[in-house]
Design a protein around this ligand. Structure first.
Ligand code: NAD
Length: 462
């Protein structure tokens, strides 16, 4: 695995301004897998200047030409998909098969979708006596998390490039090697110098410098709600556009008419996937009181099947944090029916797949985002009670509803305060808008809605 010791700025790998570095550890065995520079405000400034200088040329490039280059980028991701999967596995700890299918596979689909959208999108429309032009917002500061390292990058960079924006990316400090590999792919695709720039570094240093930089027109952030609030406040003070994809605490609502076994098994699998490090994971399972005991038994059996093959969580801090939440659940009176707070291995950041029964809606484990393989099963008495519990957190990112027929599930889903709901196990759609209600965020990613985030309108009257 190759690690660059510089930043990708203005079309080349350049030495970092400072000498600090970040050592990347493999969460499976805690061994170093690479080292990257820890960027400073100076590196961010150089990258933003490069992005600003490249903006007029890229914004004026016809969308069809931008589409060809995004298509070439997609092809580079296809050509290097095995290396991408291995890199994500090395720095995130995800099992290789999951990295191949999801961490490498989904970004290829998303990049391809933006190659098509850039070519097909109407960047001009007529409204009465006006022509409305959809123009790029400008320089984008993109700040991404580690949980889906390449997906989160492509979700921002592909639509930004399609819109005609230029980009400075500050990826998560835990997964910078995937970001460097992405920068190589952008370079090899022939994207002009300065259109995409990469600065690796720590959040409160490089990330903050990027969010605060006056040369950035839009900050697109995915990460925790705590940091998102700060970024939103900074952007608001500067009257700068901001897109925030934040935390979640989604509900998996199993209505009494549903196929209980299927709903529980798919629900547990959803939470265990990526070791529970999915913002949209359905971490609260809502079950009718009459079916509660059966659901708990099914969920415990489903979780027990997973074991360490779900992979570790990303780092020592998350390892302690997730197990701390499990201990807190026990302390507040919830009942562990699978897993528990003890680390299952001596080395590596593994957490036992854990299921809690007798969880009440106000408990910490039912309110806060744990970001680990932990499911809380909550009892409801009727549909209104289920809705009150489902909507009873500060978050509103995702959810699921199960019922005997889709219409019954849809009626319930329409009353949920959340950005996307899977009906009876409906599958992920890379073209559907993804984003949160309430404190789960502002704005949408993916598909045409994701592209709109990077466009602003100009009306000419005739
Ligand atoms: P985080 O907020 O700690 O970090 C996210 C990014 O922000 C990283 O690149 C980090 O370096 C940077 N950062 C940290 N402090 C900063 C600061 N003061 N200024 C600027 N940048 C800063 O989040 P995380 O732990 O890396 O990721 C997990 C979180 O991301 C979870 O809460 C999860 O729900 C959320 N998430 C949301 C979505 C979504 O689409 N809604 C998707 C994935 C993850």
């Amino acid at each position: 695995m190759k690690a660059h010791d510089g930043m990708y700025i203005d079309g080349a790998w350049r030495p970092a301004a400072g000498t600090d570095t970040i050592t990347v550890l493999n969460p499976v065995d805690e061994q170093p897998v690479g080292q990257v520079p820890a960027g400073t405000a100076e590196d961010v400034d150089a990258a933003v200047r490069a992005a600003r200088a490249a903006l007029p040329g890229w914004a004026a490039t016809p969308p069809a030409e931008r589409a060809v280059l995004i298509g070439a980028l997609r092809d580079r991701l296809v050509a290097r998909k095995d290396e991408i999967a291995e890199t994500v596995t090395a720095e995130l700890g995800a099992p290789l098969a999951f990295s191949e299918a999801v961490h490498a596979g989904v970004p290829i689909v998303v990049a391809g979708s933006y190659a098509e959208l850039a070519a097909a999108h109407a960047f001009e429309e007529t409204v009465g006596n006006s022509t409305v032009y959809l123009e790029p917002v400008g320089v984008v500061g993109a700040i991404t998390p580690w949980n889906y390292p390449l997906h989160q990058i492509v979700n921002k960079v592909a639509p930004a490039l399609a819109a005609g924006c230029t980009v400075v990316l500050k990826p998560a400090e835990d997964t910078p090697l995937t970001a460097q590999l992405f920068a190589e792919a952008v370079h090899d695709a022939g994207v002009p110098a300065g259109v995409f720039n990469l600065v690796t570094g720590l959040g409160p240093v490089a990330g903050q410098a990027l969010a605060e930089h006056e040369g950035v027109d839009l900050v697109s952030f995915t990460g925790s709600t705590a940091v998102g609030k700060q970024i939103g406040a900074t952007a608001g003070a500067a009257v700068k556009r901001v897109a925030l994809e934040l935390g979640g605490k989604s509900a998996n609502v199993i209505l009494p008419s549903a196929d209980l076994a299927k709903a529980v098994n798919v629900g547990v699998a959803n939470v265990m996937s990526n070791s529970g490090q999915t913002c949209s994971a359905w971490t609260r399972m809502l079950v009718h009181a009459d079916q509660y005991d059966e659901a708990v038994e099914l969920a415990a059996a489903a979780a027990a099947k997973y074991g360490p093959r779900i992979g570790p969580v990303v780092n020592a801090k998350q390892h302690a944090r997730v197990r701390g939440y499990i201990a807190k659940g026990v302390e507040e009176g919830a009942r562990v029916v699978a897993g528990g707070p003890e680390a299952p291995t001596e080395k590596g950041y593994f957490v036992q797949p854990t299921v809690f029964a007798d969880v009440t809606p106000e408990m910490t484990i039912a309110q806060e985002e744990i970001f680990g393989p932990v499911v809380s099963i909550i009892r409801y008495t009727d549909e209104d009670d289920a809705l009150r519990i489902a909507n009873g957190t500060v978050y509103g990112l995702a959810g699921a509803v199960w019922a005997a027929d889709d219409a019954e599930a849809v009626a319930f889903a329409r009353r949920m305060d959340t950005g996307q709901v899977d009906i009876n196990g409906g599958s992920f759609n890379p073209l559907a808008p993804f984003g949160g209600y309430k404190q789960s965020g502002v704005g949408r990613e993916l598909g045409a809605h994701g592209l709109s985030e990077y466009l602003q309108t100009k009306s000419l009257q005739f």
